[in-house]
Design a protein around this ligand. Structure first.
Ligand SMILES: CNc1nc2cc(C(=O)NN)ccc2[nH]1
Ligand SMILES: [Zn+2]
Length: 373
């Protein structure tokens, strides 16, 4: 067990990288997918089940936890790991993205953002300094800078102005974070889909110096084509010896394309959120289990999957419990989706070690049918 935070690169295949992030609470195998535990729970999953899927690290949301149950309360109760019974590493985002997409009556100034809670209308403020304090109270292992994430499409000047504010906030985040051995602070590159702004942001962040670098401002409606165009240059602008974290991504094919382009960490609500709506992701494509054609199907979701849902239940059963709104439906589909995402990450880590990522990608694309299976 290490008292420091460190990143070791183990192999590369093209721009794809395989490595390990060491933290006092355990190691993170990269490329890594982080399940989202927004309100101190990965919805419909016990923490031990999340661990059983192969996840090394979870994501928590500062915005949600500060509103309910409150960061002070979680701190008094021993911190987020104890509170939610997850002893492994936790990354918390800074609240910047959620406050812009969820809060009401927001007011953005150089100082930060004042807003009313979407839960009870109470007034709050987030700034680089308060976000660092909250993330410290939560006790997360990887802390994210407080920044602003503009929705796309946006014009060049709007993207530039927002990115430069975020860079000033990155410096304030760094200053407020202080010296916390064993804890990491990640900067977030902004700049939309504008290459020179992404470059300016990467240089500003490296000048400040961070333990890892996120690529923010993507998966905000730009579509996969533009996202991949940005990922064709953005990761390479960031230090090669530090983890690169692509925020909010994504569908399985987004994830394969991002790892191919040098991304080491990702998070997304898709596997858990879509699991609760009956959407299963498999190596052969998607299954919408609510579709009537599954009502009598004795086969599992995926014959090749070893998760509890595929090992012990038929599509007919999953169809039934979804149609009748049984709680186990969310549990089983979420478990399957998170298991599949972790399988995908493990297969990519193995492929990078073996120098066979191109063959992996070709097989990944060949197996998937566009429609429902
Ligand atoms: C689901 N898409 C998505 N894009 C994100 C961007 C950010 C960001 O730039 N934060 N500073 C955070 C979470 C995101 N989730
Ligand atoms: Zn399964």
């Amino acid at each position: 067990m290490t008292e420091r935070f460190s990143f070791t690169l183990e192999a590369a295949d093209g721009r794809a990288r395989k490595g390990v992030i060491s933290t006092p609470r355990g190691e993170i195998r990269t490329p890594a997918f982080m399940p989202v535990g927004t309100a101190a729970t990965v919805k419909a999953m016990m923490p031990e089940s999340v661990a059983a899927t192969g996840a090394d690290i979870l994501l928590g949301n500062t915005y949600h936890l500060m509103l309910r149950p409150g960061a002070e309360r979680i701190e008094r109760l021993g911190g987020l790991h104890r509170f939610m019974n997850w002893s492994g590493p936790i990354l918390t985002d800074s609240g910047g993205f959620q406050v812009m997409s969820l809060a009401e009556l927001r007011k953005l100034t150089e100082e930060g953002v004042t807003f009313r809670s979407h839960v009870d209308g109470s007034r709050h403020m987030l700034s680089p300094e308060t976000s660092m304090d909250i993330q410290r109270q939560l006790g997360s292992d990887i802390v994210m800078c407080f920044d602003e994430c503009p929705a796309l499409p946006a014009d060049h000047d709007r993207i530039a102005e927002s990115m430069r504010l975020s860079m000033r906030w990155a410096q304030r985040s760094r200053d407020a974070f202080g010296d916390r051995p064993g804890h990491a602070l990640f900067g977030i590159q902004q700049g939309g889909d504008v290459e020179d702004l992404r470059g300016e942001s990467a240089e500003a962040l490296q000048e400040i110096g961070f333990d890892g670098y996120a690529i923010g401002g993507l998966a905000v409606g730009e579509g996969q084509k533009i996202m991949f165009q940005v990922l064709d240059y953005a990761p390479g602008m960031l230090p090669a010896d530090k983890p690169r974290y692509l925020m909010g991504v994504g569908k399985p094919d987004d994830i394969v394309g991002a790892v191919k382009r040098g991304v080491d960490m990702m998070d997304c609500v898709l596997p858990s959120r879509s699991g609760r709506t009956g959407q299963a992701w498999t190596r052969r494509g998607q299954v919408n289990i609510k579709n009537a054609r599954h009502a009598d199907d004795p086969r599992p979701l995926d014959e090749a999957c070893t998760c509890p849902a595929c090992t012990n239940y038929s599509r007919a059963y999953l169809h039934h419990v979804f149609r009748s709104g049984e709680i186990i439906s969310s549990m089983l589909l979420t478990w399957h989706n998170l298991h599949y995402y972790q399988e995908l990450m493990a297969e990519m880590r193995d492929a990078i070690s073996a120098g066979s990522f191109d063959a992996f990608e070709a097989d990944f694309n060949a197996q998937r049918s566009a429609g429902d299976i």
